[in-house]
Write a protein that binds this ligand. Structure first.
Ligand code: SF4
Ligand code: SF4
Length: 364
């Protein structure tokens, strides 16, 4: 079977001409490329479970490249929450400024989060469309990823064949390209998406018009499980029923749309910077990279507005404002902040500790 890499471009919100121009240039350059299936969906964060774009993403079975106007960490964990799982695909496409950061950064911290569950055996590469104004860097990287993905698939096939020499080819029809004719990966754009199907079910059909149907803006927290330690402070803090616990006693964003639009309060109280609001203006909250000293310095100062104590009081203020808007009473620091407010058993390394450590490391 010919290997194909799925490329999904998640559009910007609104109709910003420069952003649309970049999106169209990338798609135009890749659409006829052999070995790629290129599709366009609305802004990933806004997709509801009923949106065709979401269903299309769920139908993709193999490696995927997702281009979006989001930090890669945010895009990856939005999909993970929706069951579109895979391994984090490392990309060589870095924004120019990252070179300096790496020099200053030193050793990256090993992730200590609880991780995702039921992760599919495939790679998901997330590229940030804000990194470059021109299409070329994206096109070059996607071609490289396509070759990498193909080589990995071929190696898997070799290993499979070596371990099961008796397997008989069943002669199932190839689903990619559907009829064996030369295919240029137009699925999603020519109305047929056969990705991810293995012959057991009839292929769903996604028309390009359905895929890009407008999606109303949404607002909800996204958990980065590579950082989340399941301390459950966010469950205690949120008084709007957004968070829950799943069957494995893990934190879960259960009722996404209960969250209060524009409010990022709980992201300020998470000790691990594991809560992302992808559309928030501050990079540290919107999912900018964390975990290395250089970025930690930048992220925390932005997150806390220069004073660590402000983060907590800001979160309390934001929560109180939403409570009052709901016709409820403000609670201040009386509810949902036991560890932080009493200072008891502060075993979990919280954000204040992180800030202090960062300052120590910087020797200021
Ligand atoms: S507060 Fe942060 S680390 Fe703790 S459970 Fe919530 S998301 Fe995870
Ligand atoms: S921002 Fe506010 S309403 Fe939304 S999840 Fe966090 S604490 Fe709850």
């Amino acid at each position: 079977m010919r290997h194909r890499l799925t490329v999904v471009l998640s559009q910007a919100q609104g109709k910003h001409p420069a952003r649309r121009g970049l999106e169209e240039s990338i798609v135009a350059a890749l659409i006829m490329e052999s070995g790629l299936d290129v599709s366009v969906i609305p802004h990933l964060y806004d997709l509801t479970p009923e949106h065709t774009g979401r269903m299309f993403l769920e139908s993709i079975g193999g490696d995927m490249v997702l281009l979006s106007w989001l930090f890669p960490r945010a895009a990856f964990w939005i999909m993970d929450r929706d069951g579109i799982t895979g391994k984090w695909g490392e990309t060589q496409l870095k924004p120019p400024a990252d070179d300096d950061d790496e020099e200053e950064a030193g050793e990256a911290q090993a992730p200590k989060g609880i991780g995702s569950v039921s992760v599919r055996d495939r790679s998901i590469y997330c590229l940030d469309l804000r990194d470059f104004n021109q299409p070329d860097p994206y096109i070059t990287e996607i071609r490289r990823l396509a070759a990498e993905s193909k080589a990995r698939a071929e190696e898997k096939e070799r290993q499979k064949a070596a371990s099961k020499p008796q397997m008989v080819e069943l002669g199932l029809p190839s689903l990619n390209g559907s009829n064996g004719a030369a295919s240029h990966g137009l699925n999603g754009l020519n109305g047929v998406s056969l990705n991810g199907l293995n012959g057991k079910h009839e292929a769903p059909v996604f028309t390009p018009e359905d895929l890009v149907k407008p999606a109303a803006r949404r607002w909800y927290p996204v958990i980065d499980y590579s950082r989340c330690t399941n301390c459950l402070e966010c469950v205690d803090f949120c008084l709007f029923g957004v968070y829950g616990i799943d069957g494995q006693e893990r934190i879960l964003v259960e009722n996404q749309d209960n969250c209060k639009k524009g409010c990022p309060a709980c992201s300020r109280v998470c000790p691990e910077q594991a809560i992302i609001f992808p559309d928030y203006k501050t990079p540290a909250i919107a999912g900018a990279p964390v975990g290395v000293i250089g970025n930690l310095k930048i992220d925390l100062s932005r997150l806390f507005g220069g004073d660590a104590k402000d983060a907590l009081s800001q979160a309390v203020e934001e929560r109180d404002r939403e409570l009052v808007a709901d016709g409820r009473s403000a609670v201040g620091t009386e509810v949902g902040m036991p560890k932080r407010q009493t200072g008891k058993e502060a075993t979990a390394k919280d954000a204040l500790d992180n800030l202090a450590d960062a300052l120590d490391d910087l020797d200021l």
